[in-house]
Design a binder for this molecule. Structure first.
Ligand code: CDP
Length: 782
């Protein structure tokens, strides 16, 4: 009998059998008979009027079948689409483009190269218009208006917390600190770009759309809503999300390319493939961050933090296409009180339009928690340095204490569980904190710049409880359907979609734990809207907190029925039966029992009269609360005074995600997450010149870390189960991306603090650091 391999087993990923052999099934692997290829003409200008689109030369290119433009789509009223934040996004423009690389027209060809030749042959007459790229300038009176359909560039104002009490606490505070912190625009840069194959079947009025989406059901509903007037109702739409080569939030929204491919398939009756190239991907979609935060903390001279006030300008580009829960336009930014027991807090965020592509996706982040964590963890250090307190000591002093959980934060979140001092102490012990401080002091004497940075972050994942969370009105519950076959094997389907996280492995372990069916006998499927139960997909580390819980609950329904069948088979009362992994037995007579496999067989061959046959269950899980993973990271850096290079000497990460389903997968998630936190801290940033020309539209300019640049990660763990999750698990996928940048930035500022440096915005490039050193007369030669 195979091993059950339930919770806590470092089971090898079942997905890897196909991934490592190059047998994954990604969107660009799809080839359908008669398939046409779509390529897109994009704007060289960040803001311009389209005076004319000349298609004659393109149409004369051999193999080019059609050129589709905005007015063509307008005839069917699909030239615009709603964004996830109920704003409007152009599919193809009628007369104006709003950012560089915006879609202008699409060319259909018999193969990819023909379509690209067609794109090169389309001639567009533009009349350039004034451009606004700076969100602060966009808010000034008389600024160039990005959107003709809006009154100004100001999208929304959102505020949260007790303004009056916070202001009062600031007035009465012994110590206050204030810094401007910019969290730059970055890109998810997943190895697989976005793409789809749309196949319209006119005979059966049916659309199949294979696409790179993290949320297939939500996309199906959105497609039905925007194309319902064309007769495309929801039962006639099937979205299939095959293997995905990294999503990180970038594959949650719908992009114009998908819609154009669908329209092109409907018009031609042929399957149509659209795949972005690298530059299109980097320049036109999947952006995150771009938050300008004015952060203030108030407290006492003894280091007690009392109050927090954050004011933020959020640059959303030309439309608000952020993927946020509807009620929260700044996502969960109000988790910004972090791990500390503040008495009052007030945050406000203003969304702004600029001539940039739409941004604001939750890049490996629970809807703006990365921005929140960076700001609070940076500011805690700024406060500590002002009063001359150690960075670990101020954290220990202000942590929410273990006995305070469940804890209600000043901004209203109900933290489920935590032991913050334990995680920080463990990280300090692993790295040898006290000795490092001594070494730092000695080095400073010798004129060497060494820094130690701490980030004790609190995450918030598992959106979400239906009382607060929806996207476009769709509640964010999780789903799992399990069918146990007569031979005791099972198939389980989910409303989520893995993009490399290993769901096929770990969901099976949850069910294995609950039912005693070996994990290897449980097949997990996701991503097909015709077969999976409705769910809102995978992002913001919600799969384990929400759909993982649904897996446990559906299993428990099955176990309840299995108990009735076991009682029938054993001719015993249900109350007299006990469960041990994989088996019911009669209390006091352990020999008299029935295995889950025997029970499954009976469910189809010998079930009690009056009971429904079969053994299956579905659960739609509406979580009572979010889960709050946390951790403490410590980073040690040495700064080269000659070049400004920051060398990360050590990085210790202690994470707590409650009960770990698969420790090896959790470690893998943390390794990847740390590297994705290191990246924006050290290298990644997308900037624009004053004309809206993007810098960083390729991997020569947009720097991704490889194994060569990445530090060696040293991991530790504590386990504080979530009290409300059926198996005590919390999410983990994004924790490290969220927590790492502040540890690195804190280490660098800590190394330079004695020079008078208080904040340096990420990325901490050698040039930026050299300039800071130079400004303070501290380069090697000075
Ligand atoms: O939603 P997403 O899958 O991105 O994030 P997650 O729920 O944090 O899960 C990431 C991966 O880590 C999944 O394979 C989980 O099953 C696994 N995991 C785990 O083994 N134990 C946990 N406590 C949390 C996640």
């Amino acid at each position: 009998m195979a091993e059950v391999q339930g919770l806590g087993h470092s089971r090898k990923r079942v997905e890897d059998a196909r991934f490592l052999r190059g047998q994954g099934n990604y969107i660009d692997d799809f080839k359908l008979p008669g398939m046409l290829h779509l390529d897109i003409v994009r704007s060289p200008y960040a803001h311009a009027k389209i005076k004319a689109i000349h298609t004659e030369k393109a149409m004369a290119t051999p193999g080019v079948l059609a050129v589709i433009d905005g007015p063509t789509l307008q005839k069917y009223n699909v030239h615009n689409m709603p964004t996830l934040m109920s704003d409007t996004q152009m599919v193809l423009p009628i007369d104006t483009v709003k950012y560089q690389y915006q879609e202008v027209a699409a060319v259909l060809g018999t193969d990819r190269y023909t379509a690209a030749d067609g794109v090169a042959a389309v001639e567009v007459d533009y009349e350039p218009l004034p451009v606004v790229v700076d969100p602060f300038k966009a808010l000034e009176p008389g600024a160039t208006k990005v959107r003709d359909d809006k009154e100004s560039n100001h999208i929304w104002h959102w505020e949260w917390g007790d303004k009056e009490k916070t202001n009062q606490d600031f007035e009465n505070a012994e110590v206050t600190v204030k810094e401007n912190i910019y969290i730059p625009r970055i890109h998810v840069a997943s190895i697989e770009t976005c793409g789809c194959v749309a196949k319209w079947d006119a005979t059966n009025t049916h659309l199949t759309l294979w696409m790179t989406t993290q949320a297939p059901h939500a996309i199906r509903t959105v497609v039905a809503l925007i194309t319902g007037h064309l007769g495309l109702s929801e039962e006639r739409i099937r979205i299939i999300s095959p293997d995905i080569g990294g999503g990180f939030g970038g594959k949650v929204p719908a992009y114009p390319g998908y819609v154009i491919a669908v329209a092109a398939s409907i018009v031609t009756g042929a399957p149509v493939k659209w795949i972005e190239n690298r530059t299109e991907n980097l320049a036109a979609d999947s952006f995150g961050r771009d938050y300008h935060i004015t952060a203030e903390l108030a407290g006492k001279k003894d280091g007690t933090l009392t109050s927090l006030r954050f004011k933020t300008i959020a640059d959303h580009g030309y439309t608000d296409a952020a993927a946020q829960p509807s009620k929260f336009p700044a996502g969960m930014f109000h988790i910004c009180t972090g791990s500390y027991d503040f008495k009052s807090a007030f945050v406000e965020v203003d969304g702004v339009y600029t001539n940039k592509p739409p941004g604001g996706i939750a890049y490996r982040c629970s809807f703006r928690v990365t921005e929140a964590v960076h700001a609070i963890e940076r500011m805690t250090d700024v406060f500590a340095q002002k009063i001359g307190m150690d960075a670990a000591e101020i954290r220990m002093k202000n942590f929410i204490k273990p006995e305070q959980f469940p804890y209600k934060s000043a901004l209203g979140w109900e933290y489920d569980s935590g032991d913050y001092p334990a995680a920080l102490r463990k990280a300090m012990d692993m790295i040898g904190y006290e000795n490092l401080r001594k070494e730092q002091a000695e080095k400073r004497e010798r004129g060497e710049f060494m820094g130690i940075g701490i980030s004790s972050f609190t995450e918030i994942v598992g959106a979400g409880p239906s009382k607060h969370f929806d996207i476009l009105g769709l509640k964010m519950f999780g789903s799992c359907e399990i069918r146990v076959h007569p031979t005791g094997k099972a198939i389980a389907r989910f409303g989520t979609k893995s993009q490399g996280q290993g769901h096929e492995t770990t969901y099976a372990q949850i069910i294995a734990e609950e039912l005693g069916i070996p994990a290897e006998h449980i097949k997990v499927e996701e991503g097909d809207t015709d077969t999976a139960p409705y769910g809102l997909g995978t992002y913001a580390s919600r799969s384990t907190p929400v759909d993982g819980a649904a897996a446990a609950m559906a299993s428990r329904k099955i176990r309840a029925k299995a108990k009735q069948i076991a009682a029938h088979l054993l001719e015993a009362n249900e109350e007299d039966l006990e469960w041990e992994t994989g088996r019911f037995f009669v209390k006091g007579s352990p020999d008299q029992g029935k295995t889950i496999q025997e029970i499954a067989f009976a469910a189809y061959t010998n079930h009690p009269q009056g009971m429904e046959g079969g053994l299956e269950a579905v659960n739609y899980y509406d979580p009572p609360n979010l889960t709050y993973p946390f951790g403490s990271y410590i980073c040690v850096v040495d700064i080269d005074r000659g070049t400004g290079e920051v060398k990360i000497r050590r990085f210790v990460a202690v994470d707590d995600c409650g009960v770990r389903i698969n420790p090896m997968i959790v470690e893998g998630q943390i390794h990847g997450g740390l590297t994705m936190g290191f990246a924006p801290a050290m290298m990644e940033e997308i900037t624009y010149d004053e004309n809206g020309n993007i810098h960083g539209s390729n991997f020569m300019d947009y720097l991704l870390p490889t194994a060569v640049e990445s530090p060696k990660w040293e991991l530790g763990e504590t386990v504080t189960p979530s009290p409300h999750h059926p198996i005590g698990a919390k999410g983990v996928g994004e924790s490290a991306t969220v927590g790492a940048p502040a540890a690195i930035a804190n280490a660098v500022v800590d190394a330079l603090w004695h020079l008078g440096v208080r904040n340096i915005d990420i990325p901490l490039t050698p040039r930026k650091i050299w300039e800071v050193l130079h400004k303070h007369g501290a380069t090697l030669e000075e």
